[in-house]
Write a protein that binds this ligand. Structure first.
Ligand SMILES: C[S@@+](CC[C@H](N)C(=O)[O-])C[C@H]1O[C@@H](n2cnc3c(N)ncnc32)[C@H](O)[C@@H]1O
Length: 226
């Protein structure tokens, strides 16, 4: 985890630009859909774990302006960017430095938790999922947006882009070779959607549903506490 924390600190200034550029703007659509997937269940008290530069948290506030939203991340430089964006947008976002494995909140605090492109980066995924379960209210849901590997013929194009082109473009712009090679490598290691859904039920969630986005480049999971 310390490794990824330092890595995100290094690329914080380039993070948003590279996200939009390398995903051809799809990341914006994915976050929007993930947030409405969570808000379908109602509530007004939310936590965005691995908030980074805050884009999911801001999307929650956009779709539900009266919500109370916390954003948590261990990388101070990413959180600084989120803080600046909150100031510019005039949004009230409660930012906290911390890790998914040790959430600094009481049991049953939140109606919903989001984590976008972050569950892949935590050091202890099992502990993090247990923490999500703990801090959710009985009626709460955790929504997890994460990359996955597409199948079929599209996989060939995806592999070429994700493993060859993306790391080079990421490196040229951010001057950080490690960060943009780490991305495809960590996606390779992440479990298949059905396996990850099983991990969520093992953490205590009673029901898990998931949606495929953009031909399977990513999946969005919704896990119900009860
Ligand atoms: C790919 S970024 C995702 C940021 C944001 N959620 C988004 O949608 O753009 C991954 C984030 O995970 C954070 N992270 C790394 N280890 C973590 C941990 N143990 N707990 C919570 N966040 C962590 C990093 O600091 C980084 O900001």
């Amino acid at each position: 985890m310390f490794k990824t924390r330092y890595m995100f600190n290094r690329i914080s200034q380039w993070y948003d630009l590279l996200n939009h550029l390398l995903s051809f703007g799809q990341d914006i659509v994915w976050r929007k859909r993930a947030v409405s997937f969570m808000l379908e269940e109602g509530g007004d008290h939310f936590l965005d774990v691995a908030t980074g530069t805050g884009d999911v948290a801001f999307e929650i506030l956009k779709q539900k302006p009266d919500a109370k939203v916390f954003g948590l991340d261990p990388a101070p430089k990413m959180v600084e960017v989120a803080q600046r964006k909150a100031f510019k947008k005039g949004k009230k976002l409660f930012l906290v430095l911390g890790e998914g494995e040790r959430l600094p909140f009481k049991d049953e605090t939140f109606d919903g938790i989001t984590i976008a492109f972050g569950i892949r980066n935590v050091e202890d995924r099992k502990a993090t999922l247990f923490e999500f379960y703990r801090v959710l209210k009985e009626t709460g849901v955790a929504v997890i947006l994460e990359f996955s590997k597409p199948s079929g013929i599209f996989r060939l194009i995806y592999d070429l882009y994700f493993h060859k082109i993306l790391p080079i473009v990421g490196w040229i712009i951010s001057r950080d070779k490690e960060a943009y090679s780490y991305l495809p490598e960590s996606v390779e290691r992440f479990p298949k959607p059905s396996e990850f859904a099983k991990e969520l039920t093992e953490a205590g969630f009673k029901r898990v549903i998931y949606e495929k986005y953009t031909l399977g480049i990513c999946h969005c999971y919704k896990a119900f506490k009860s």
